[in-house]
Design a protein around this ligand. Structure first.
Ligand code: WTA
Length: 654
């Protein structure tokens, strides 16, 4: 696309109203949205109670909508009983058993489909298998799987019997897996012999073996799904093949009625310390939000084919792959492999092959594919697409416009959805039939969600275009309940700043004159690399765990494709490496970080210095390091540094 065109669109700071054709058929039209907003404004509790009654099937109805007696440990619908798997599978089987639930596109280009009925049978059978090896309600089950239907089956099976799943992204290292097994004290790990990715195989079983053998918490069983068929180590006594586990299991498993507040899952995410937090979600509130936002934001219809490219190891894959779509009886597509395998047209070829109608991905993927030009998508028939979405990081207007024109053919609304692992589902997003979208803005909060932008003292920032803290003013059903095993950290991280009055998202944002919200970035030491959250401290702890490293400081630097890249300043023990020695040590440390955390955490750049710049009280001068990494002018006072020549080293000049 011509640069002048982008330029002219950006200069107009245009907004994009939905077409009449889209609006006329949208699930949420003006009148409906107005009615919902009014009800939510008049009576927040009644609004959520009404939705919970209309949208979910309860084993025992609730009468208590919100219990704030232990705030900020809010509880929702806590005298009701429900089952998430029943709501996802049984309910839809009774409506249309032969509808396709999952289209599975394998990396090698073969594909298969599973109906709702089949999904229910497989889930039930696997749930019985889990029971057979002693899994009970409240037990934690780690799922470390490739992107394949069995990952969803494993999650649904846990939900069916009341076990708490903790999915660990398959790209995390054995060390990260071990930490998560220990923190959640998980007796069971479900994995596969391997995962196909980018033409190769990721040895998930090997990583699991390492994690299990090093874990201080004893794992009783490892269930291994055969995905690649490669020869893997098999530990008699603990390991069980998935197929053997289910071989003699019944195909019926009654869904267990669970208290609405029963934990559905734990999902680890990065915070501002070295230790990831186990974000804990509760059953009813979470599935309510997953189902309603899926229908409102993605405007789902019976014949849609919805493809969310996120891995189930992330919250997006939980809410908009494993739960939201299934709760809505939708058809989803799951793709196992890399976006660029065997070539950069793969995403678009999948859209064509399976007639995808709604496509949801991260800005990083859009930017990466945009770099290959308009000709690649032009080779595919994308005419079935009717709605596009983005998630995970701010999208730059150029990428938005490319997505709109080249992928969406100018007729698909784009929903830029802002949310977090902690919020459970999308919070700020266009409603595609009614919102005038603006490239780069996630627009306004969905009905029932009350957000604001406040200053340091917690007062609302009413002036348009003034930045502040993004806060959520009222509790909402899909909010995180706590941090697994550390409720104080939950209170300190999200509520302390404004004395428990608001949930503090950790993002800064501003609102423009049209009430559109613009996310400016994190206010804590959290990076957003390719839409994935990573703590700077997590990378620092990994670096200092290496025997060569004395000290490390990690900062983020804007990156054209990844949004942010990781820049590490490292002080080694002994002499500062230079020349070839520096190059080898850099490579060694990059690989080391990958082995400690995962490939996504590999620093893009490592620079060695004799010391790190510190304040008199001994705190690392991160702002200075950030300015250096970004090659910005240094405005900080560096006269307090013991040795000013360090700055030259940090700038890479020596
Ligand atoms: C960022 C992902 C701008 C934000 C669902 C948030 C976004 C963090 C957007 C949560 C968006 C997410 N525009 N920034 N549409 N969506 N973010 O927990 O900084 O992996 O706090 O959840 O991603 O990341 P998480």
């Amino acid at each position: 696309m011509a640069d002048e065109l982008i330029e002219s669109i950006l200069n107009e700071s245009r907004s994009f109203p939905p077409s009449k054709e889209f609006s006329d058929q949208a699930n949420i039209n003006e009148a409906k949205a107005e009615e919902m907003r009014k009800l939510a404004a008049d009576d927040h509790i009644k609004y959520w109670a009404k939705l919970a009654n209309e949208e979910l099937h309860w084993s025992r109805p609730f009468s208590n909508t919100l219990d704030d007696s232990k705030a900020p440990n809010y509880e929702w619908f806590n005298d009701g009983e429900i089952n998430a798997s029943y709501n996802s599978l049984d309910v839809n089987v009774s409506k249309n058993p032969h509808k396709t639930a999952i289209i599975f596109e394998k990396e090698d280009g073969k594909s298969e489909s599973i109906t709702y009925k089949e999904l229910l049978l497989k889930t039930s059978q696997f749930a019985n298998g889990l029971k057979k090896i002693g899994v009970e309600p409240m037990d934690r089950v780690v799922i470390y799987m490739p992107m394949c239907p069995e990952a969803v089956i494993a999650m649904q099976a846990c939900a069916r019997i009341g076990a708490i799943h903790s999915v660990v992204f398959g790209g995390f290292s054995s060390n990260a897996l071990k930490d998560r097994i220990e923190d959640a004290q998980s007796k069971i790990v479900i994995t596969a012999d391997g995962a196909f990715r980018g033409g190769g195989v990721i040895p998930l079983k090997q990583a699991t073996d390492e994690a299990v053998s090093q874990s201080s918490f004893k794992v009783n069983n490892v269930v291994v799904f055969k995905r690649t068929g490669e020869n893997v180590n098999f530990n008699k006594g603990t390991d069980i093949w998935w197929e053997d586990l289910v071989a003699d299991c019944d195909l019926v498993c009654e869904p267990k009625p669970l208290n609405a507040e029963h934990p559905l899952f734990i999902l680890y995410t990065s915070g501002s310390t070295g230790k990831p937090k186990g974000i804990q979600h509760a059953t009813a509130g979470y599935i309510l939000h997953a189902k309603t936002t899926f229908s409102w934001i993605f405007d789902i219809k019976n014949d849609d084919v919805f493809w969310c490219t996120a891995d189930v190891g992330w919250i997006t894959g939980h809410t908009y792959v494993a739960y939201g779509p299934l709760l809505s009886g939708a058809t989803i597509l799951i793709y196992e492999g890399a976006p660029t395998y065997p070539d950069v047209g793969r995403f678009w070829s999948i859209c064509e092959k399976h007639s995808v109608t709604i496509f949801y991905t991260a800005p990083t993927a859009i930017r990466a594919l945009m770099k290959h030009g308009d000709e690649i998508p032009a080779n595919y028939d994308l005419s079935k697409l009717r709605l596009l979405g983005t998630v995970g990081e701010p999208i730059n207007p150029e990428a938005w416009i490319w997505y709109h024109k080249v992928i969406g053919g100018e007729h698909c609304p784009i929903v830029d959805t802002w949310w977090q692992t902690e919020t459970g589902g999308a919070m700020i997003s266009p409603l595609p039939g009614i919102t005038n979208t603006k490239p780069g803005s996630c627009t306004t909060a969905i009905p029932g969600i009350d957000i604001d932008i406040v200053n340091e003292s917690g007062e609302p920032v009413d002036e348009p275009n003034q930045g502040g803290y993004l806060v959520i003013k009222k509790p909402w059903p899909s909010m995180l309940r706590t941090i697994w095993g550390d409720n104080q950290r939950y209170i300190d991280t999200y509520w302390e700043k404004f004395d428990g009055k608001y949930y503090v998202a950790g993002d800064s944002a501003y609102r423009d004159e049209d009430d559109c919200h613009w996310i400016m970035g994190r206010i804590d030491d959290v990076l957003n690399v390719s839409g994935h959250r990573l703590g700077t401290m997590e990378v620092e702890s990994a670096l200092v765990a290496n025997e060569k490293v004395a000290e490390a400081a990690v900062v983020g630097r804007p990156h054209e494709v990844k949004g942010e890249s990781i820049f590490a300043f490292v002080v080694t023990k002994g002499n500062r490496p230079t020349g070839n020695d520096a190059k080898t040590t850099q490579e060694e440390l990059r690989e080391w970080v990958a082995s400690q955390v995962g490939s996504i955490a590999k620093p893009d750049e490592i620079r060695f210095s004799d010391n790190l710049p510190k304040t008199r009280s001994g705190k690392i001068m991160r702002r200075l390091l950030r300015a250096i990494a970004r090659q910005e002018e240094i405005t900080q006072d560096i006269s307090t540094l013991e040795d000013e020549s360090i700055v030259k080293q940090l700038q890479g000049e020596e």
